[in-house]
Design a protein around this ligand. Structure first.
Ligand code: ADP
Length: 655
C-alpha cells in the first residue's frame, strides 16, 4: 500500500472527522468530476476527428446497492490510466496543501472552507464512505485500473478485476463508495435510496449539461385490469433508466425563470465556494455575436486571490462543450474575482487555445462583461451599502490595482467604486460623497496615507486639517497612494435629480495628500503671521537646515499646523508613505527617497525656544533641538528615526 503524504493525511482526517453537516455534497462533487471527464472527451472529439465518440452517448450514471451498501457514480468520459490515478488521486490537494497546513494547523474547525478550495472534491467521498474504489479506463487504452483506499493511511493501485470496464468501448470511470455504517450523528443509510439520490442530483446537479441517469422504479398500470381477479394488483413495478437532471444549462435560462437559490446552488457547486454569491448577473446577447452570460460576484475572497497563483477567468463554452475552464481574456484584472460562464455558439471552435486569446469576438464579449460588472457593482453600492462595503473589503484592492496599473487612465468608472475611510464620518465614503460634503471653499480631496488608521488620525498634518473642518480620507492599503497619485484628479459627473446638490456641474477635483501638498488651508491672518515669521527668522531656518544636513531639503514655517510643534512634509513625487511601501519591496535599494521638509508651527511655544536659542548663539543647542524635532516628527508619522542611539542621547541631553 502506498502511503498518503503527511499533510494529506491531516487534511483527510480533518475532513472526515470534522463536524460537517453537509456530507451529502459528496455526490455533487463526484458528479462534477464525472461531468468534467465527459467535457474533456467531448473536447477531444471536437478537435481530433480520430476520436469517434458521439455526444449523445455520453452520460453519468448514479446507482446504489442496498445490500452491498454502495453508491456508485459512473461516467463514460475521458477516464484515467494508472499514472493518472496515481497523480490525481494519490496526492490530495497538490495545489494548496502547504498553505493549508500553515493556515489551519491545529484547527479542527469547519471543513467547509477546505473542500474545493484545494481541489479535494473527490475526497469528500470519505465523509460518507469508509472505503472507495475507483475503476477507470482511459479513452483509447486497452485495460482498466483500480484505485482503492480507506482514506486514512494510503491507497493501492493495480489492474482492475476481471470484468471491470473490460469491453472495448468501456472508457470512463466508476467511483464506488462503500458507505460507513449509520451512526447517531450521521445517517448514511439514507443515501441507499432511489428517492434520496434523485433528490440530491436534482438539488445539486440539476444543471449539469450531461445527462445524469438513474435506474428508477415506476408503477405502471397493468393492461386489461378488468380481466384480473378482484384482489390482483392493478399496478406493476417496472425499472427504467431515467435522466434525472434538467440538463438545460442554467445560463441559458432567463433570470425570471430561475430561483436565486438555484443560482446559488449552481455557483457553489461549480466554483467550489461555500458561501452564496453576493450578486448574480445573467444576460443574453443577440446579434453579430450571440451568447449567454452568467456571472457571479463572490461573497468572500478565495484564499489565494492575492497570490500570484490565482488564475482569473470565465468558463467558456461553445455549443455545449467546455472550451476553456478559465478564459482570462474575458475578464479585466480589476474584476479578477468574478466567476462565471460565457456560452457562445459563435466562438470559433477549431482554433487552438493560444489564438483564442486574440479573438475579436472574445474582446467584444469581454467589453460587455466588464460594463455589466461595473454597473452591477454601482447598483449594489446604491442599493445595499452594507453588502457593498463587505464586498469592497474583500475585493477593493484589486480594483485599486486596476486603476494604478492603467496609470489612472482606467479610473473612469472604477473611481466611483472606491471607498475610503473618512476621518470625519468615521466610516467608508465614496469620492463622490466626499466631494458633495466638502467644506465651503475646499477645492481638493484630501487624503493621508500610512499603515494604520489610528496613527493617521493622530498625525499633525491630519489633525490640523480636521480641526479646520475639512474631511480627510485615511488610506491604509499599500496601493492607495500609488493609485491616488496615478489618478491625480477625480472626475465627478454632474449631479442630477432633486437633491440638495442637484445642479452641481461635472468637474475634475484634485486629489491631495495632506502631508505633501501645499494646502493653503490657513486663514488670511494665519498666513500673514506665517509669512512674517518666515521673513523674521530666515537665519534660524537656514541654521537648522544646515544642522540637519541632507536629512531635509528645507526647514520652514507652516501656516496649516494647529497644535503640533512640527511635522514632516515632503516635496516632489515621492511621499513618506510611498517610500515606506517601496522600501519593503524587492527594489528597496533603488527606491527614490522622499524629499523631506521640516515644517514648524510658529504659534507653538517650542518655536519661541528655537528663536531664543538662535539669538543666544548656542549653536550646539540649536543642533540638538533641530535633531529632536525632526526625529519626533518622524515618530509621529510612524516612521523609524534614522539613528535611535543618537535620538536617545539627545533626549538625555535635554533632560
Ligand atoms: P478537482 O476536481 O477539484 O481537480 P478532485 O480531487 O475532485 O479535484 O479530482 C482530482 C482529479 O482527478 C481531477 O482534477 C481529475 O483530473 C481527476 N478525476 C476525478 N474524477 C474523475 C473522473 N470521474 N474521470 C476522470 N478524471 C477524474
Amino acid at each position: 500500500m502506498k502511503q498518503f503524504k503527511t499533510e494529506s493525511k491531516k487534511l483527510l482526517d480533518l475532513m472526515i472527522n470534522s463536524i460537517y453537516t453537509n456530507r451529502e455534497i459528496f455526490l455533487r462533487e463526484l458528479v462534477s468530476n464525472a461531468s468534467d471527464a465527459i467535457d474533456k472527451l467531448s473536447f477531444a472529439a471536437l478537435t481530433d476527428s480520430t476520436v469517434g465518440v458521439s455526444q449523445d452517448d455520453l452520460a453519468i450514471l448514479v446507482s446504489f446497492d442496498k445490500d452491498a451498501r454502495t453508491v456508485t457514480v459512473s461516467d463514460n468520459g475521458i477516464g484515467m490510466g494508472e499514472a493518472e490515478l496515481e497523480e490525481n488521486l494519490g496526492t490530495i490537494a497538490h495545489s494548496g496543501s502547504e498553505e493549508f497546513k500553515a493556515e489551519h494547523a491545529g484547527s479542527q474547525g469547519d471543513a467547509t472552507d477546505i473542500i474545493g478550495q484545494f481541489g479535494v472534491g473527490f475526497y469528500s467521498s470519505f465523509m460518507v464512505a469508509s472505503r472507495v474504489r475507483v475503476v477507470s479506463r482511459a479513452f483509447g487504452a486497452d485495460a482498466a485500473y483500480a484505485w482503492e483506499s480507506d482514506g486514512i493511511e494510503g491507497y493501492t493501485i493495480g489492474p482492475a478485476a476481471a470484468g471491470e470496464r473490460a469491453g472495448a468501448g468501456d472508457h470512463g470511470t466508476d467511483v464506488i463508495l462503500y458507505l460507513r455504517e449509520s451512526t447517531e450523528d450521521e445517517d448514511t443509510d439514507r443515501f441507499l435510496s432511489e428517492w434520496a439520490l434523485r433528490d440530491l442530483v436534482k438539488r445539486y446537479s440539476n444543471y449539469v449539461r450531461h445527462p445524469i441517469r438513474m435506474m428508477v422504479t415506476k408503477s405502471i398500470p397493468v393492461e386489461n385490469p378488468d380481466e384480473l381477479p378482484e384482489d390482483a394488483p392493478r399496478y406493476v413495478e417496472h425499472q427504467e433508466l431515467e435522466t434525472v437532471n434538467s440538463m438545460i444549462p442554467i445560463w441559458k435560462k432567463r433570470s425570471s425563470e430561475v430561483e436565486q437559490s438555484d443560482y446559488d446552488e449552481f455557483y457553489k457547486s461549480t466554483f467550489h465556494d461555500f458561501s452564496d454569491p453576493a450578486r448574480t448577473i445573467s444576460f443574453h446577447a443577440e446579434g453579430a455575436i450571440s451568447y449567454d452570460a452568467l456571472l457571479f460576484i463572490p461573497g468572500e475572497a478565495p484564499f489565494d486571490l492575492y497570490s500570484k497563483d490565482y488564475e482569473k477567468g470565465l468558463a467558456l463554452y461553445s455549443s455545449n462543450v467546455l472550451i476553456q475552464e478559465k478564459c482570462a481574456d474575458l475578464l479585466p484584472d480589476h474584476y479578477n474575482f468574478v466567476r462565471g460562464v460565457i456560452d457562445s455558439p459563435d466562438v470559433t471552435l477549431n482554433i487552438s487555445r493560444e489564438t483564442l486569446q486574440h479573438n475579436a469576438q472574445l474582446r467584444a464579449i469581454a467589453k460587455r462583461v466588464e460594463r455589466k460588472i461595473g454597473s452591477e457593482l454601482q447598483t449594489m453600492l446604491a442599493d445595499d451599502r452594507e453588502l457593498y462595503e463587505t464586498f469592497f473589503e474583500h475585493f477593493g484592492r484589486g480594483i485599486k490595482f486596476g486603476i494604478y496599473n492603467s496609470y489612472g487612465m482606467g479610473a473612469g468608472d472604477l473611481a466611483d467604486l472606491l471607498l475610503f475611510w473618512s476621518a470625519r464620518e468615521q466610516g467608508m465614503v465614496t469620492l463622490r460623497e466626499y466631494v458633495l460634503s466638502m467644506a465651503e471653499g475646499q477645492d481638493k480631496i484630501l487624503y493621508a496615507a500610512g499603515d494604520s488608521r489610528e496613527r493617521l488620525e493622530r498625525m499633525p498634518a491630519v489633525t490640523s486639517v480636521v480641526a479646520r473642518g475639512y474631511d480627510v480620507l485615511l488610506c491604509t492599503q499599500d496601493v492607495d497612494e500609488f493609485m491616488l497619485q496615478a489618478m491625480r484628479t477625480y472626475h465627478m459627473d454632474a449631479v442630477a435629480g432633486d437633491t440638495e446638490d442637484a445642479g452641481t456641474d461635472a468637474r475634475d477635483i484634485e486629489l491631495a495628500n495632506v502631508s505633501t501638498a501645499d494646502l493653503d488651508l490657513a486663514t488670511d491672518e494665519e498666513r500673514s503671521a506665517a509669512e512674517q515669521a518666515t521673513k523674521d527668522n530666515e537665519g534660524l531656518f537656514q541654521a537648522m537646515a544646515e544642522k540637519l544636513g541632507d536629512k531635509v531639503s528645507a526647514v520652514r514655517v507652516s501656516a496649516n499646523l494647529t497644535d503640533a510643534p512640527a511635522c514632516i512634509s515632503t516635496e516632489g513625487p515621492v511621499s513618506l508613505e510611498m517610500e515606506r511601501v517601496m522600501m519593503q519591496g524587492p527594489d528597496a535599494a533603488m527606491t527614490p527617497r522622499a524629499q523631506r521638509v521640516l515644517e514648524l508651527n510658529a504659534r507653538h511655544p517650542v518655536f519661541e525656544r528655537l528663536v531664543a536659542t538662535q539669538e543666544s548663539g548656542d549653536s550646539d543647542r540649536l543642533a540638538l533641538y533641530a535633531s529632536l524635532l525632526y526625529d519626533q516628527a518622524l515618530l509621529v508619522e510612524g516612521l523609524p528615526v534614522d539613528d535611535p542611539v543618537e535620538f536617545a542621547k539627545n533626549v538625555c541631553a535635554l533632560m
